[in-house]
Design a binder for this molecule. Structure first.
Ligand SMILES: [Zn+2]
Length: 798
């Protein structure tokens, strides 16, 4: 079959200007309406009042507990945390639930915090309450942590989860008893090391048979509650989530993103154990206050709390009546939010769909050429050129943020700006500007059909790549590609100047909006502006999927010459210029709106380290480019190898006056095999006792000594092998040490006649340190586990 000669007739569709602009307006209005619906669907529900029905979740009722819990910072082991625990116990007992406290020492699950080499432990006190089921098939665990960081009161993190569980417990006890046991687990020392959760999962009798875990978190102060993590083989769990959560926002792509982020929650400690399945939910927008003194009850968006509660209560009820023995399925689901619900399909469909999309795009190209709408050369050019905006938009977004951070360096220490909306809009406008500029430049030479098919080609290719590497994210490009092909087939199969091509490309654009807009919206808070390029990437993919609608914005198709062409080019450049201007204006408005002030302070990091043996003291900061306030304390980079408990090799440092603060005491309780007979192991039993209220204590053994085994308060811990040549080898960090101290037994390799131990402990707050000047308004504390830490160390040669 001879192919018909390529013509430009195809590109002359809709050449009558008025009809064309009407079509463009209608299509754009339709897409905007769809986008508005998507955004509305992602919005949080109104908080229910305190007099809401007894069996309903009320954010206003829950908020009273938020205020009680997050009155002040309450890290594990602090008197403030004792008060929070007492409050939580009182509320649960008041509901008639059998409530106990699991008081134990636990080791961190895996090596998660990275705070120091070696073992990380904590003394934890979990509050556990049980609502017995009528005919249990298993247990449902509602989990949140009641402790906070030392640097903030935890108004959201995790008073949100804790107060949600208390209010859900109230609502459940107000209604008929569920079939399955529901266990409320308020964990301790999550911030330190997830140690409360790992103690519960590993040792608590109620956890022995596993069950379904619903973990509730907050990493910010506002925004939709996202179900962002699941156990493996999640299809049935996701099914329950989709039908039982009143506002199900979740995507299988989030699990993959989350794994790439350096965050962990209590959920990790459960997943480390066999027998547990579950879902992890959090709201994450407003991340600027995360772990800072600004994470107060007043900062909480109670609409987010309402969504947390509505979903948790719906899920607790549904898992409370479901047969829990049949929750594991053989596969993961692909799932994503659409207005009104959650779409889900099994993972075995992912690769076939992705391959089908690829074949379909190729077939569309072949057909378009056969119909004389394009040529193979143009198709190849369209495919090649479509890579330009895919690469350029993320790059430009990263450059934009680099520029904004250069103007406002304090952003470097923030998860997200305090008021990020204008910056997010700037990134979206920038991506749009790049896409439409690229389109205006390439359209006349390559033609709309080849560019549209080229864009679909990349969506399909990315779908296959994602299906192989990140299967939960493949839907993002596969489904818009398939919708685009369907629209292309309609456009090729009907009269080009009829209404159907416009209707079809608008519908395909709507599919792309429904699928990709939520990801663009959710990626901004998830990754922060520093990774705005990722959101820009998905924004540009959305634009490529809707390219035929973009085409309608152009007055006439390619192929003209002379004056007409010049006018067309000028008109074609208009959207690009407008979007580029918008990006610049939005960025400028962002800079002027989001200034640092007393209510939105620039974050700074400072801590203090004293060697009680030598009397030397230093100010230390983790800021990479210190703020002016921090600059008053630190000069250059300094080695902190003598403080192995800090977990860093070097930090910014500066000289400080020695404070009168005692180092932790190290007593030798027993020392056997220390004689010269070197064939014998040496067993060293010591007690490490802080001499003041501290948040944590650490002990490290010099790098030349091999620790064969170690026990802490009778619990065996894994010793890290020292790195060759490192000054300090085996080490342990103990959070919330009891006042009577910690007993540590070290079994050292034969020949360890002399060894050196380095003991450190750390409290919080620098006010009492000589030379410390309180921060002026507008200078705040960065949300970090070492902010305002006062560390004291001493070397003990033994
Ligand atoms: Zn936290």
């Amino acid at each position: 079959m001879g192919a018909p000669p390529p013509t430009r007739a195809a590109d002359r569709a809709l050449t009558r200007p008025r009809r064309r602009s009407l079509a463009a307006l209608a299509a754009l209005a339709a897409l905007l309406a769809v986008g508005g619906t998507v955004a509305y669907d992602l919005d949080t529900p109104d908080p229910a009042p305190a007099d809401a029905p007894a069996d309903a979740f009320s954010a206003e009722r829950a908020y009273q507990n938020v205020q009680a819990i997050a009155d002040r910072p309450h890290p594990a082991g602090s008197p403030a945390n004792d008060q929070v625990r007492a409050h939580v116990e009182t509320v649960l007992r008041g509901l008639g639930l059998e409530t106990t406290v699991q008081d134990t020492v636990a080791e961190e699950a895996g090596q998660l915090s990275g705070a120091a080499a070696g073992a990380t432990l904590a003394r934890v006190r979990n509050v556990v309450a049980r609502l017995p089921g009528t005919a249990p098939t298993g247990k449902v665990f509602l989990v949140a942590h009641y402790d906070s960081v030392q640097s903030g009161p935890g108004g959201n993190d995790d008073a949100a989860g804790t107060s949600t569980i208390l209010e859900v417990a109230r609502a459940l006890t107000a209604g008929p008893r569920p079939r399955n046991d529901v266990v409320f687990v308020l964990t301790d020392a999550e911030e330190a090391c997830l140690c409360g959760a790992s103690a519960f999962a590993a040792d608590h009798p109620l956890a022995a048979d596993g069950g379904v875990v619903l973990n509730l978190e907050a990493r910010g102060s506002t925004g939709p509650v996202i179900m962002f993590e699941t156990s493996r083989d999640n299809a049935k769990l996701v099914d329950v989530f989709g039908r039982a959560a009143p506002h199900p926002v979740g995507t299988s792509f989030a699990v993959e993103i989350y794994r790439a982020l350096p965050n962990d929650t209590d959920f990790t400690a459960f997943l480390d154990r066999a027998g547990f399945v579950g879902l992890n939910s959090a709201y994450i927008d407003g991340g600027a206050i995360y772990h800072t003194p600004l994470d107060t009850p007043a900062a909480m968006d109670r609409a987010s709390l309402q969504q947390h509660g509505d979903n948790a209560l719906g899920l607790a009820r549904e898992f409370g009546r479901t047969d829990l023995t049949a929750l594991r399925s053989g596969h993961d689901a692909t799932y994503f939010p659409v207005p009104g619900g959650l779409v889900r399909y099994p993972s075995w469909l992912v690769l076939p769909l992705a391959l089908a999309a690829l074949v379909a795009v190729a077939a569309l190209g072949w057909l378009a050429r056969r119909r004389g709408r394009t040529t193979y050369g143009r198709l190849a050019a369209g495919f090649g050129l479509a890579l330009v905006p895919i690469v350029a938009a993320p790059l430009a977004a990263q450059l934009l943020w680099a520029g904004i951070t250069a103007v406002r360096p304090g952003y470097a220490e923030l998860l997200d700006p305090y008021r990020p909306t204008w910056y997010r809009l700037a990134v979206v406008a920038l991506a749009a500007a790049i896409l439409v500029a690229w389109y205006a430049l390439t359209r006349r030479r390559v033609g709309p059909a080849a560019l549209a098919i080229g864009g679909l080609g990349w969506l399909a290719v990315l779908g296959v790549v994602l299906a192989l590497l990140v299967p939960g994210g493949a839907y993002l490009t596969t489904l818009p590609a398939l919708a685009g092909v369907a629209a292309g087939l309609v456009a090729l199969g009907t009269r080009i100047d009829g209404p159907w091509p416009v209707v079809a490309v608008t519908l395909a654009g709507a599919v792309a909006v429904v699928i990709l807009l939520p990801i663009v919206v959710l990626l901004f808070p998830a990754l922060g502006m520093a990774m705005g390029g990722v959101a820009a990437l998905f924004a540009v993919l959305l634009g490529l999927a809707a390219l035929p609608v973009v085409d309608l914005l152009h007055p006439e198709a390619g192929g003209q010459r002379g004056m007409v062409a010049a006018r067309a080019r000028r008109a074609g450049a208009l959207p690009a210029v407008a979007a580029g201007l918008a990006a610049a204006v939005f960025a400028g408005v962002g800079l002027s709106v989001d200034r640092f002030d007393a209510a939105h302070p620039v974050p700074t990091h400072l801590m203090y380290a004293l060697d009680a043996g030598t009397g030397q003291a230093r100010w230390l900061s983790r800021e990479t480019a210190p703020q002016p306030w921090t600059d008053g304390y630190v000069d250059g980079v300094t080695e902190v190898g003598d403080f192995p408990g800090l977990g860093d090799a070097e930090l910014r440092g500066g000289p400080a006056q020695a404070a009168n603060v005692p180092a932790p005491k190290l007593e030798v309780l027993a020392d056997s095999g220390s004689g010269s007979g070197s064939a014998e192991q040496r067993t060293l039993r010591v007690r490490l006792t802080p001499q003041r209220p501290v948040r944590l204590a650490t002990l490290h053994v010099d790098g030349a000594t091999v620790v064969e085994s170690a026990t802490v308060n009778g619990r065996r811990v894994d010793g890290a092998r020292p790195a060759d040549g490192a000054a300090w080898g085996f080490g342990l960090v103990f959070h919330a040490p009891p006042p009577e101290g910690i007993e540590i037994t070290l079994v050292l390799a034969p020949g360890s006649r002399s060894t050196t131990l380095r003991a450190m402990d750390a409290s919080d707050g620098l006010d009492a340190i000589p030379g410390f000047r309180p921060r002026p308004p507008g200078v705040g504390v960065v949300g970090s586990h070492s902010s305002e830490m006062l560390a004291v160390a001493r070397t003990y040669p033994l």
